[in-house]
Design a protein around this ligand. Structure first.
Ligand code: ZN
Length: 69
């Protein structure tokens, strides 16, 4: 009996939503194409004042309005 491995499209170890607006950036969400991975940890994002620090991405819209580089 072979073990069945479930492969899901996407990256289950990432929280695929925007840490600024909280919207999903998953494939098909409309924000997937231009999402920017946020390399900071949840703690750092919280310290930066991100409303949704669990999100591992910043969507293109929020990247355009935030200026914290
Ligand atoms: Zn956003």
């Amino acid at each position: 009996m072979a073990k069945k491995t479930t492969i899901t499209f996407g990256t289950p170890w990432l929280n695929e939503f925007c840490c600024v607006c909280g919207r999903s950036v998953r494939p098909g969400s409309g924000l997937f194409a231009n999402r920017i991975p946020d390399g900071n940890s949840i703690i750092v994002r919280a310290e930066m004042g991100r409303p949704y620090p669990e999100g591992d991405f910043v969507c293109a819209e929020c990247d355009g309005v935030t200026s914290d580089d």
